[in-house]
Design a protein around this ligand. Structure first.
Ligand code: PEP
Ligand code: MG
Length: 591
């Protein structure tokens, strides 16, 4: 038995025998070797160009059909991947270039296809932008399909499993992942990829447990070997011992029971047993994750952390690149819902070296962070670029903007002034945006909580960021285990500050939400409801359990509970009180 650690890409457990994928690039490459790049005569060149055109036509026909199937089944992420593949087939810089190579160099279609694909993959693979890097998988995928069509057959990767299996491989081309039969594919374990690689996105949307980025996995696994995929912890176990298999079988059964119980809540609105309605939203860090809002039946996206778009690169993304990302997120949300895009919150533990040059900070969480950096004269052009991109995306769907780390009214006013400037610039350029775009703020700095009455007059909404608010209120670093007993959201001081913030918002007729982790904590939910919180934004996996819990609660009872909790003297007392309200099955660990 061997245990392999990778990246948890799609939650759940899978057990079964492995099916090892044939490796596409090797298959294509060996075929190319049998078509040496010898010079062809004019007639042969024309024949090769025709073969390529016919292969492109057939592949486009297949992909268009898959796209229609995916769209009809409401699998929009998959439909978009197929649309990308169709556009590659029409791309003059790809297929056009392959044709040019055949003609210019007098080589076989396979050789030209491989050469151009390799060059583009090398080009995209070297890019800092993760989204563009991931285009490599799409290119390889399309190349594989064209290669197969050139030979009049199916792609070697059209896996036809006759029995359910766990797919293992280096990587899976996105189009194949999108066509996987959920009933036959128990799980996925891959050597390559990250949480945002296409295969991970699709695995999540299909609900297939997956672990990716497992180095060296293929050295220890063959088709037919027993394997366990633990998509919760990001672990793969090869040839497991009997006791391990039994323990996972128990977990699988428990998970199935819980999921079946929760599934019916996907299509229900969120309301307490006595009919008090609130909004349940999800938090995302990448535009691709917006799909999850539909999957879990969320009433919106309460926090899109845009700083991830600025990470792992050496320069900030352009206005257009940001616009594309924000637009794709806003277009993926469920109808009738909204997405809250938070402006750049660099700093603290989210370092972006090219934006924080020469700044050694003793206390990064108390330093040059979030709106502070964005309002600095050096960075305000970068901030304005982001505001323009967000404004432009607001023309494509319901979107709200939110500023992080606001501590003073002056900061809010300065951000609003820049937003106004950005609007005027777009007016001049004739670019559309939503003129009624709401602009809200995070309440995560105690100073903001203390002046919430003033801020509520000028902000359109509040979203309470308890991850930071708790650490700043309690003076307890959110990363430091030694003070974790203080960095606890159910402290009396925290409940009181939340109560104040919600009341200040309501007094001005504004709504108050929460996007810190506390919002998805089962023990906190009855209290937050009772304090009058209007919106709860949490990780997608926490949403259905939260909706189910809320449906069991009584609003009048929660209000009474919250008032009682506000009078208690310790976190332990508050936890005990909340646990009684949440029965059954809720413990402090069940977050
Ligand atoms: C928070 O502070 O609660 C929050 C949601 O923001 P982040 O975790 O990104 O700091
Ligand atoms: Mg924060």
């Amino acid at each position: 038995m061997l245990e392999w650690k990778g990246i948890a890409a799609s939650t759940g457990y899978a057990m079964g025998s492995a099916y090892r994928l044939p490796e596409l690039p090797a298959a294509v490459k060996s075929a190319v070797l049998s078509y040496p790049g010898s010079k062809l005569d004019k007639q042969e060149i024309d024949k090769e160009a025709d073969r390529l055109a016919e292969a492109v036509r057939q592949a486009a026909q297949d992909i268009a059909a898959w796209k229609r199937e995916a769209a009809a089944a409401g699998r929009e992420a998959q439909a978009r991947i197929f649309a990308t593949h169709l556009s590659l087939l029409q791309d003059p810089e790809y297929i056009g270039e392959v044709t040019e190579r055949i003609k210019g160099e007098g080589i076989y279609a396979e050789s030209a296809l491989r050469a151009v694909t390799d060059e583009l993959v090398a080009l995209f693979g070297a890019m800092e932008n993760e989204v563009l890097r991931e285009r490599c998988a799409d290119l390889e995928d399309v190349a594989g399909q064209l290669h197969a069509k050139l030979h009049g057959g199916d792609t070697p990767l059209q896996v036809r499993l006759t029995e359910p299996a766990v797919i293992v491989g280096v990587d899976i081309p996105p189009s194949l992942t999108a066509r996987l039969d959920r009933r036959m594919v128990l799980g996925i374990a891959l050597e390559k990829g990250g949480r945002t690689s296409h295969s991970a996105i699709i695995a999540r949307s299909l609900g297939i447990p997956a672990v990716v980025g497992i180095r060296g996995l293929l050295s220890a696994i063959q088709t037919g070997d027993e394997v366990i995929v633990d998509g919760r912890q990001g672990i793969v176990i090869t040839t497991p011992e009997q006791s391990t298999t039994e323990s996972y079988a128990t977990r699988q059964r428990e998970e199935a029971v819980a999921a079946a119980r929760l599934a019916r809540f996907k299509s229900l609105p969120t309301a307490t047993a006595d009919g008090h309605a609130v909004q349940l939203a999800i938090n995302i860090a990448h535009p691709q994750e917006a799909e999850a809002a539909r999957e879990v039946g969320a009433e919106g996206i309460g926090l899109y952390r845009t700083e991830f778009l600025f990470m792992d690169r050496s320069t900030s993304p352009s206005e257009d690149e940001q616009f594309q990302a924000y637009r794709s997120a806003v277009m993926a949300i469920p109808e009738g819902s909204a997405i809250i895009i938070r402006t750049l919150d660099v700093g603290g533990d989210k370092a972006i070296p090219y934006l924080q040059r020469n700044r050694e900070e003793l206390n990064p969480f108390l330093g040059y962070r979030g709106i502070r950096l964005c309002l600095d004269r050096e960075y305000s052009p970068l901030f304005k670029t982001q505001l323009r991109a967000i404004l432009r995306a607001s023309a494509c769907g319901k979107l709200k903007i939110m500023y992080p780390m606001i501590a003073t009214l002056k900061e809010l006013r300065a951000a609003s002034a820049l937003l106004q400037e950005a609007k005027l610039e777009l007016d001049e350029a004739g670019l559309p945006y939503d003129p009624k775009l709401e602009a809200g703020i995070m309440i995560e700095v105690p100073a903001a909580a203390m002046i919430a009455d003033q801020l509520a007059k000028e902000a359109d909404f509040f979203s309470i960021g308890t991850n930071d608010l708790v650490q700043y209120m309690m003076a307890a670093d959110r990363m430091n285990e030694a003070v974790s007993h203080l960095a606890e959201p159910l402290q009396p001081a925290i409940l009181r500050v939340i109560d104040r913030v919600i009341q200040c918002a309501h007094k001005e007729g504004k709504w108050a939400g929460m996007c810190g982790e506390m919002a998805g904590h089962p023990l906190a939910i009855p209290l937050l409801l009772g304090l009058g919180l209007d919106e709860f934004s949490m990780s997608a996996s926490a949403l259905l359990p939260a909706r189910e819990l809320i449906a069991r609660l009584d609003y009048a009872e929660c209000r009474r509970l919250a008032q009682q909790a506000l009078q208690l003297e310790s976190a332990e007392e508050i936890q005990r009180l909340a646990a009684e309200a949440c029965t059954p099955n809720v413990s402090l660990e069940s977050e």
